[in-house]
Design a protein around this ligand. Structure first.
Ligand code: GLP
Length: 243
């Protein structure tokens, strides 16, 4: 595991974007695994900036996203589909037909999960997967559980996740109670993982994930077993790193 410690959020975003852009320059038809949440917004802004400066061409890439709320359609401003268009896809020259998220409105959840796994497989797998981390150690929407979930599945969101994500909605009651997410197995198949973390409020869970016991109670702890993980985190997020 490589750890890149940055001064602050802005530097974290720049470093993460540089890694993603380098990936696309090296392999123009890369499959990027993308994430939502507030953490990657700065990274996406930096990618847009590099695109606008003519430093990178995204026309050959494909993307797959980690997760999507169940029950929100694409026009819903809180959907992850909307988020990705707003923060990245509408601002770069990606071919929208090659951007993939689980369909929150799918009628058959089993089929939707299988279809999403097939999309990833047909693309040849993810070259680099961006991850944030939830306060309870979740990655994507893989919540603390008694076992690691393998493939894409539909989950009931943990109470603390609904609490944490209510800031984007009018109230906690409006936060969907379920979501589709890549499984831990799906995420671990990514050839490279880019975990980005910011802020002191994530310091405890980051230390547990990277240096604690590997347990499904801290889903991100599985990353200790991945052969190619880059953690880009700011000083505050790494403040509980063992000496
Ligand atoms: C959400 C997303 C995760 C994300 C996490 C942390 O629940 N499903 O993919 O990593 O929240 O979000 P934030 O970056 O806003 O702290």
């Amino acid at each position: 595991m490589r750890i890149i410690k940055t001064k602050d959020y802005q530097e974290m975003s720049k470093a993460a974007a540089a890694i993603l852009v380098a990936q696309v320059i090296l392999k123009p038809d890369s499959v990027l695994g993308l994430a939502t949440g507030s953490t990657p917004i700065g990274t996406y802004n930096q990618m847009v900036e590099k695109y606008e400066k003519g430093e990178v061409d995204f026309s050959g890439i494909s993307t797959v996203n980690l997760d999507e709320y169940k029950g929100l359609d694409k026009e819903n401003e809180q959907s992850y589909y909307y988020f990705m268009n707003q923060h990245l896809f509408d601002r770069i020259n990606v071919d929208k037909d090659r951007t993939h998220l689980p369909n929150g409105m799918a009628l058959d959840r089993q089929k939707e999960c299988e279809d999403f796994e097939r999309i990833i497989q047909d693309l040849g797998g993810v070259d680099i997967q961006v991850l944030g981390i939830g306060h309870n150690g979740h990655i994507g929407f893989n919540e603390p559980a008694s076992a690691f979930e393998k493939g894409t599945h539909c989950v009931a969101l943990a109470k603390e996740t609904i609490e944490a994500n209510k800031r984007f909605f009018d109230s906690a009651d409006d936060v969907p109670k379920e979501a589709y997410t890549m499984g831990i197995g799906t995420i671990m198949k990514g050839r490279k993982i880019l975990l980005i973390v910011t802020g002191e409020e994530k310091a405890d869970i980051l230390a547990k994930a990277l240096w604690g016991e590997i347990t499904p109670k801290v889903p991100a702890s599985i990353l200790q077993l991945h052969p190619d993980v880059i953690v880009v985190a700011d000083e505050a997020a790494l403040s509980k790193m063992p000496k």
